[in-house]
Design a protein around this ligand. Structure first.
Ligand code: PEP
Ligand code: MG
Length: 596
């Protein structure tokens, strides 16, 4: 229940899509449904099963209708998410398990579905990969729809939103977002979700400011409350005074002019003042993101994560699905190159049989290339799709989580077999396709000089590399203070990997989040990285800072950094250096006023 609010109440969430918005709250309370739990007798069982299946059918019809009604092409391109939801509604695991529960446990449909969800939830929670774990929300969106139908409750008709509002919800399903009249939505805020939740991905790609993970938004905010949201810092102010609104508006104005200024850099080459050229590329998960990548000046796709193809389905993607997806990717980015990373799944629990093999420590388990080398049929299907797409554009293959030479040799041997099969079948592909290794495990970085002889390029995945090198879980907020990109150990590792790659004559890329922070990008430039790949939105600001620098000065900066013994000394030195070197930009970022 929302409560009367004090003025200027500030709550902190995760900035999911940048931009500052002042507006009125539109509260959606759909997830707060009380579920009746009833035992039924044998005579009622089949009626209850029927009631459940009818509710599923209703939900299917509703989704199909929503999909049909989307006319805006900008919104329509995201409607594949509705297909994912329709697929979940056909999921054997969800349907049959619930029906079995009604029959065996003799409970009502709501209770049975709730129990099925609980079981699926446990499996999802064990997933280490943040992106994949977030997909469990799809299951909840779909179930909330079935619950509503079972309870005969109507869905909020949010398609009829009037005026410009800030949508406040516990969570937003893609179906919710897609059926809104987005002309009336100024921003989104949600209680749950992370940077890779659907709300975050969609709002970024639609350019609508959003803050997620606020935890208490729906309990603190009343419909109609005036709000300020800052999608960059994750701040939300409830009932702001005029003075506070003014200061945000002033900040918005400054950020706007800074963004306009920074966007000018999108189309310029990523070249330092002393003529060192690097490649700035985009990390994407969906082909639909290519337009954003291009708009922000990406010189290719440095990391295409393929996990999404395997999600929310009970079967595996076919070779044809792989081929069609990658073909769209390479054709859309042509004449630039796309780097496709093979499946980086966190254990086979995601695939059809995902209830088996529940690993206690999935980060160190059967994941990524280890999984592919064990399940070679799944691996070969993906490789055939990739190779076939290589005939339609420029593409290179990246193998994730390589820990030693044997793995890369085995992966290459399997790739060789797949190539042979295609040649025999007279199917064309790029015979000279380049292959690369992700460097994200310390054993791989230690032997980078040996690994470099085996591949055409390296891509350093600092998200995992920092996790494994410092023994700090990348998604555990209790140890996040130890997750230090400028730890001397991390800098030494990167320096060694770059030296090893260059000695072998291969380029070294970085595709971890670290590269999106201008101060870190400067350090990475000084360390000699050749390619930087990041979320598209971050490209212009990184390009700007690289273009304003001289490689030589960043090299000298890095030399200095190796004199220090701790991450905080290094961080302090770099921040100070940046503030001195780029006074305007850095004062702007660091000295923003904060409302407390
Ligand atoms: C990384 O580990 O840095 C990386 C880019 O891969 P992911 O975040 O998908 O693990
Ligand atoms: Mg990784």
């Amino acid at each position: 229940m929302a409560v009367q609010q004090q003025i200027n109440k500030c709550i902190q969430g995760i900035g999911a899509s940048p931009g500052i918005i002042i507006g009125k709250a539109y509260l959606i309370e759909r997830f707060k449904v009380r579920l009746p739990q009833k035992r039924i007798d044998s005579g009622q069982v089949e009626g209850e099963v029927k009631r459940f299946l009818n509710a599923v059918e209703d939900s299917r019809d509703q989704l199909a209708e929503i999909k049909e009604k989307i006319l805006d092409p900008q919104v329509r391109k995201h409607s594949f998410i509705l297909d994912v939801h329709l697929m979940i509604l056909n999921d054997e695991m969800l349907l049959q398990d619930t029906v079995d529960r009604i029959r065996k446990k003799k409970v009502n449909a709501e209770w049975a579905l709730d129990l099925t969800l609980e079981k699926l939830d446990t499996a999802f929670k064990a997933i280490e990969d943040e992106y994949l774990r977030e997909r469990r929300s799809d299951l909840h969106y779909v179930s909330a729809r079935i619950f509503r139908s079972l309870l005969g409750k109507k869905h909020d008709d949010i398609s009829k939103i009037k005026g410009k509002v800030i949508v406040v919800a516990h969570d937003l399903s893609p179906a919710d977002t897609l059926q809104m009249n987005l002309d009336h939505v100024a921003g989104f805020i949600t209680d749950i979700g992370g940077k890779v939740s659907h709300t975050a991905i969609l709002s970024r790609s639609l350019g609508i400011p959003a803050v997620v993970g606020l935890e208490v938004a729906t309990s603190l905010i009343n419909g109609g409350d005036p709000l300020i949201i800052d999608g960059e810092t994750g701040e939300v102010v409830i009932n702001p005074t005029e003075e506070v609104s003014k200061s945000f508006l002033e900040r918005k104005r400054r950020i706007r002019s800074m963004d306009r200024e920074v966007l000018k850099y999108a189309s310029l080459p990523a070249e330092t003042r002393d003529g060192v050229r690097v490649r700035l590329q985009a990390n994407i998960e969906m082909v639909e993101e290519i337009s954003s990548a291009k708009m922000h000046g990406a010189e290719g796709i440095g990391l295409y994560r393929t996990e999404i193809l395997y999600l929310n389905r009970k079967d595996l993607p076919t070779e044809e699905e792989h081929f069609q997806t990658y073909r769209r990717l390479v054709e859309n980015i042509y004449p630039k190159t796309a780097t496709i990373r093979t499946l980086d799944i966190g254990g086979d629990k995601f695939l059809p049989d995902y209830s088996k093999n529940n690993e206690l420590n999935p980060a160190l388990g059967l994941r990524a290339i280890r999984f592919s080398l064990k399940e070679t049929d799944i691996f070969k299907t993906q490789l055939r799709g990739i190779l076939r797409a290589s005939a339609h554009g420029k593409l290179r293959i990246l193998f994730p989580m390589i820990s030693g030479v044997e793995e890369i040799r085995q992966a290459k041997a399997i790739l060789g077999e797949v190539k042979k099969g295609l040649t025999k079948a007279k199917i064309s592909f790029d015979e000279k396709i380049e292959i690369g290794a992700m460097i994200e495990i310390p054993s791989a970085s230690d032997i980078a000089d040996i690994l470099a002889r085996e591949v055409d390029f390296f891509s350093i995945g600092t998200n995992d590399l920092i996790q494994y090198a410092l023994a700090v879980d990348r998604i555990n907020e209790h140890v996040s203070y130890l997750y230090e990109p400028l730890h001397p150990a991390v800098l030494r590792i990167i320096r060694w990997v770059v030296q090893s790659g260059h000695q072998a004559g291969i380029p070294v890329a970085i595709c971890g989040e670290m590269a999106t922070e201008p101060a870190y990008a400067i350090v990475l430039l000084g360390l000699g990285l050749d390619e930087f790949s990041m979320n598209p939105v971050s490209i212009p600001k990184v390009k700007k800072v690289l273009r304003m620098s001289r490689f030589e000065e960043t090299r000298l900066l890095v030399e200095q950094l190796f004199q220090f013994s701790t991450a905080s000394e290094i961080e302090g030195y770099v921040r100070h250096w940046m503030a001195k070197r780029f006074p305007e930009d850095f004062i702007q970022c660091d000295a923003e006023e904060r409302i407390t």
